[in-house]
Design a protein around this ligand. Structure first.
Ligand SMILES: Cc1cc2nc3c(=O)[nH]c(=O)nc-3n(C[C@H](O)[C@H](O)[C@H](O)COP(=O)(O)OP(=O)(O)OC[C@H]3O[C@@H](n4cnc5c(N)ncnc54)[C@H](O)[C@@H]3O)c2cc1C
Length: 199
């Protein structure tokens, strides 16, 4: 479990992928601020033999969530998830935490999210609440689906050499990094490596 894309004063946004798949992201504007903070909560799933279609799996789960929201992003209060009930639009309208994605549909994420990631998301939110009190409050809003479609990792040796001569894959394109720091470090190491080769 990990957090990603934390935006104090930010806005939850909708992105549409191939086939009209609606997924959640977050934006932080320089001059426009909301009273909320949004943060992605991501659960990594590692599949074992015989299953080898993790991207198709994430797409299907996302499509199911989209179906429940009639094509819209689903939003549900954390307390309703713990109580085992959907969030009704009139309850969301009365909440103190106002959604920053106005056309998200109040509903039941747990009706479409597989049990394993759902349990881990709930436990993670409760654990973070110990260091960030209020994180697991009744009115904390969960939006779904938020998915990351990471590509396979390109096979390389310790010098970033692939099986194609003079072709190196760095940063997120290599499948080995997912963040600014590691992508930058990879670039730096490649630069040093190439400089050493020229000596
Ligand atoms: C919405 C969002 C939020 C993120 N937030 C964070 C964060 O808070 N912290 C964090 O650590 N990471 C974050 N990341 C991840 C981070 O941005 C990436 O891990 C990082 O930028 C990867 O660096 P890179 O150099 O490998 O690839 P990129 O930064 O994607 O650079 C690739 C470059 O290649 C260019 N390019 C593509 N195709 C071609 C072509 N054919 N010819 C020439 N140029 C081409 C692209 O235009 C781009 O400039 C976020 C990513 C996204 C999308």
């Amino acid at each position: 479990m990990r957090t990603f894309c934390q935006n104090p004063g930010g806005f939850v946004s909708q992105e549409n992928y191939d086939g009209g798949l609606a997924v959640v992201n977050g934006h932080s504007y320089k001059d426009r601020k909301s009273p909320n903070t949004n943060v992605a909560v991501l659960c990594t799933l590692n599949f074992k033999h015989p299953f080898n279609q993790p991207i198709a799996y994430a797409q299907r789960v996302s499509e199911l969530i989209n179906m429940l929201g009639a094509g819209h992003i689903l939003v549900q209060r954390f307390g309703d998830i713990l109580d085992g009930k959907r969030t009704w639009p009139k309850e969301l309208a009365q909440s103190n935490v106002v959604p920053t994605l106005p056309d998200a549909e109040a509903g039941d994420i747990t009706a479409a999210m597989p049990m394993r990631p759902m349990v881990e998301i709930i436990e993670f939110i409760k654990a973070v609440d110990k260091v960030v009190p209020g994180f697991a409050s009744y009115e904390t809003l969960l939006y779904a689906p938020e998915v990351k479609f990471y590509s396979n990792r390109v096979q390389m040796d310790e010098n970033f050499d692939t099986n194609v001569q003079h072709l190196h894959c760095l940063g997120d394109s290599s499948g080995w990094t997912r963040g600014l720091m590691m992508a930058s470090v990879m670039g730096l190491l490649m630069g040093e490596n190439l400089a050493d080769r020229d000596k």
